[in-house]
Ligand binder design. Sequence first.
Ligand SMILES: Nc1nc2c(c(=O)[nH]1)N[C@H]1C(S)=C(S)[C@@H](COP(=O)(O)O)O[C@H]1N2
Ligand SMILES: [Mo]
Length: 248
Amino acid sequence: MILGRRGLIAGGAATLLAGCDKVIEHPGARRILFMGEDMHRGLQRALVNRNALAPEYAPEERSPFFRPNGTRDPGTADYAALRTGRFADWRLRIDGLVARPLALSLRDLGAFPQRAQITRHDCVEGWSAIGKWQGPKLGDVLKAAGVREAARYIVFSCADYYGGAPYYESVDLVDAFHPQTILAWALNDRFLPVMNGAPCRLRVERQLGYKHAKYLMRATAVASLAGIGNGRGGYWEDNVDYDWYAGI
Ligand SMILES: Nc1nc2c(c(=O)[nH]1)N[C@H]1C(S)=C(S)[C@@H](COP(=O)(O)O)O[C@H]1N2
Ligand SMILES: [Mo]
């Protein structure tokens, strides 16, 4: 990076700045970056754009059935036990580069301010579905955990294995703190069905479907994706060469 992160945008939220190397990797942002005097303003605009909201829909636009894709049931003994207990013993661990590691129950997630949003899910395989999701903002949960300065990404570990490898995903802090990025525990005003990721899945509405990790077990703040899986930031990124940044 050319400028000091701190000097870049006066008063800019650390949450925005933290994702900024990744923004610069975007070809458009790179072009803006080298436009000399406009550099500062251009970068600011690039960051602001990443915080634009995904479209939201009316209740009657919801799909009658939110079709599942990928894993429909993790099928492990651990998951079966959690499911049998109606997820009372499930905890979402928030750890890594945080000041206060957390282990959150569904009740804990419900105690955060809630956000509900009716959005369209777009899968790379060429289908989409509209549903209403509810849960706390990931950003609020991360603030409660106290994400450290050095953190650049949040890595989500899931309960399921896909083709033998654990499903995982990651986002940078721009997406992590996006107002529509939530830890959803409800779909269409009911607890998540198992096929859609019970008890909790990520909704990261500016990204394609495979980034929306289901069956969440753990969210880890890290400085680098190296050494996690094959180091490319997610199951599909590692195995099928999907883009890490799947912005829509
Ligand atoms: N843990 C986990 N998360 C996952 C998947 C998966 O197989 N396992 N599939 C992904 C893909 S490709 C899509 S399109 C969506 C599907 O979400 P849905 O099953 O609620 O339709 O979940 C994503 N998240
Ligand atoms: Mo997908």
